[in-house]
Design a protein around this ligand. Sequence first.
Ligand code: ADP
Length: 250
Amino acid sequence: MSPNESNAVPMIEAEGLTKYYGDFIAVEDITFSVPKGQVCAFLGPNGAGKSTTMKMLSGYLAPSAGVARIGGFDMQTQRLEGAQLLGYLPENGPLYSDMTPKSFLTYCGRVRMMPAGQLKERLEWVREVCHLEDVWGKAIGKLSRGYRQRVGMAQAILHDPQVLILDEPTSGLDPNQVQGVRELILQLGQSKTILLSTHILQEVHAVCSRVLLVSQGRLVFDGPVAELGDDGDAMEAKFRELTRSVADAA
Ligand code: ADP
């Protein structure tokens, strides 16, 4: 039995994850696990280590210490198996500026070895749910940040993965686009396990059930959204308190 066939196996796991850039410790001994079906927010001030942690979870960056697992697969030693279960939206997506959304997403599907019929269906689906119809044949380099972000999102969900790691999926979007992406995440969250980073606290209430908060590379809070506050203002106060106490203690 492969690890992900058991319901008991967490879909996303960080075990003692640590990352040094030279002498600087960007992520320090972070441990958490996200069970199947949970939508979890990954919060923290700029530079807290969110993107670095997400890159390690996705297998794009080797940890200095610790293990990252997706569906039970170690993302260093069993990356191919883990990657099949995972859709990852990086903070600055590797989008090829000369390609169109259509050619880029077709290429992504082929790299993932999706059968032609399935790829055709999924391309039509992501074009619709990510609202890419108007830019389907335009060069990605000429698209607005909002559209590029949606192409990145389409790439992450194209192969219908069970797990999504989304690094700031609404950054750079206007309010209407933010609403559209939130609705998409809510829809996806009904059947998938999601870890998403954001700096918009209201967003957390709208889509997540659990919050992980990092500050200066360390995990300083892990609990239900309600424990962090009832609304955006209360959460912001708690967020500042938790992230300040780490800065003071350092
Ligand atoms: P966040 O996503 O929470 O804003 P990051 O994970 O991007 O934080 O960065 C964490 C820390 O690591 C920051 O201080 C950042 O400047 C530093 N950092 C990130 N990437 C590199 C890198 N490639 N080389 C050196 N330092 C880096």
